[in-house]
Design a protein around this ligand. Structure first.
Ligand SMILES: *Cc1c(COP(=O)(O)O)cnc(C)c1O
Length: 429
């Protein structure tokens, strides 16, 4: 009987020590993804980790220790990156609805750039920096007029709340003069997520670099930074193939190299979330009950879409399953078809439909693979008040608890019970 393990730590050991449901991250995989990418890509291309994909501080610190910088989009993500040891100059802050408090924190903590998403935001940044006698470094996020195929989510060429339309930017050559407390220094564009096609990434990059040159020339600011987005994907479903990294390097490096030679002082940034963390994570759930309904088998587990909403399916009508395994008997042939469901009182709480698994028994552990990105933080963890699952990072063969599971007191602490008897209640008669 062979068991799934992470760096030699068996899944039953992990479940025994930390309980289920549980997210397990493999540090070798996290490090391997990043270092392989850095090795093959042009040396001038910097990788910024998008904390949105996995906001765990240990994950951020580990990636940072191997050369990743940080891209953050909220006060807590900014604080996480700083506490993980990322220096302000290696942090960029983006997001369409930044609060004044977040913008002030960017100025005070000295982030490398604020990626500005609207003219209104630019005015606010100018005002806040002016009040403090500071000059704010700002990169303009552009909503490009072009669209590139191959992404799971199309950006560019559409009405969006993100960035400023390319045409609007090109029509405001005096933008810098009108914002004396802002230093325009860069251009950012993000073309979408889950891109599995190397050509699509390279084409995006080519066009974004060209766009950055046009915008900086028209608006008259030097390009200290160009952020080409990223959006590199992971194959989750049948029929998908993982991105061909060698092909990506072959296509991208000449493009990046040409630009880098023309702009020796420009920082070139790729921001990545999913690509860095997805492969490293496994969502581990314990089967509580098995049953049949109208002839179909159900494995009802202690965790479900409340921790892994992405497994419900991404933007498609037909439910497609993430790769799943019976973790405590991985050598047993998959001979049966099972619906894998969670504890929520909704039929949507289905992690997998008709998953091919060996015969499942109560107590078994099922794993959803490739789940290190957009897991609990992108899921309704408070639904039915189950709370956040535990997270464990296995590093050098040792499991470290990097996020405690929410306990009932944790969930109830934020609620208030007023003394409802202190006020006279209106009576019906
Ligand atoms: C979500 C997001 C990312 C990270 O996307 P991945 O597909 O996880 O790499 C990067 N940049 C922006 C602007 C985003 O919105």
């Amino acid at each position: 009987m062979t068991e799934f393990d992470v760096q030699g730590v068996t899944v039953s050991e992990l479940a025994r020590r930390f309980g289920t449901p549980l997210y397990v991250y493999d540090s070798d995989e996290l490090i391997g993804r990043l270092t392989t990418l850095l090795d093959v890509m042009h040396p001038r291309l910097e990788v910024f980790f998008s904390l949105k994909a996995n906001p765990n501080i240990a994950v951020c610190a580990l990636l940072h220790s191997r050369g990743a910088r940080a891209e953050v989009s909220s006060m807590v993500e900014l604080t996480t990156a700083l506490r993980a040891g990322v220096a302000g100059e290696d942090i960029i802050f983006l997001g369409p609805g930044k609060s004044r408090a977040e913008l002030v924190a960017c100025l005070e903590r000295g982030v490398h750039t604020i990626v500005c998403e609207s003219f209104g935001e630019l005015a606010t940044i100018n005002e806040l920096a002016g009040e403090r006698g500071m000059i704010a470094p700002v990169a303009l996020r552009v909503n490009p007029s072009f669209q590139v195929k191959g992404s799971g989510l199309t950006m560019g060429g559409r009405a969006r709340q993100f960035g400023i339309d390319e045409a609007q930017l090109l029509a405001t050559p005096d933008l810098a003069e009108r914002h004396p407390s802002v230093r325009l220094m860069g251009v950012h564009a993000y073309m979408g997520t889950r891109i599995l096609n190397a050509d699509a990434v390279a084409n995006n990059t080519e066009r974004i670099l060209d766009l950055a040159e046009r915008i900086s020339a028209t608006l008259g600011f030097p390009l200290d930074l160009v952020d080409i987005g990223g959006g590199l994907g992971i194959a989750y479903f049948d029929g998908e193939d993982d991105l061909d990294l060698a092909a990506l390097a072959t296509r991208m490096n000449p493009v990046v190299g040409d630009f880098a030679t023309r702009h020796p002082g420009t920082r070139l940034v790729m921001e990545l979330g999913r690509y860095l963390t997805a492969m490293a994570g496994t969502y581990v759930i314990r089967v509580e009950y098995t049953k049949t309904s109208l002839g179909e088998r159900f494995a009802v587990a202690d965790g479900g879409t409340n921790h892994h909403m992405a497994a419900v399916g991404i933007g498609s009508f037909v439910k497609r399953n993430f790769p799943m395994l019976l973790l405590n008997r991985i050598d047993e042939p998959a001979s049966e078809s099972w619906h894998v469901t969670g504890p929520l009182c909704t039929p949507n709480d289905t992690l997998g439909k008709k998953v091919e698994l060996p015969p499942v028994r109560p107590g078994d552990l099922i794993g959803v693979l490739r789940s290190g990105a957009y897991g609990p933080s992108a899921s309704p963890v408070f639904f039915l008040s189950h709370g956040h699952p535990a997270e464990v990072l296995v590093h050098c063969g040792q499991p470290y608890l990097v996020r405690e599971r929410d306990r009932p007191e944790d969930l109830l602490r934020q609620q208030r019970l007023p003394d409802l008897t202190a006020v006279a209640m209106p009576r019906a008669n």
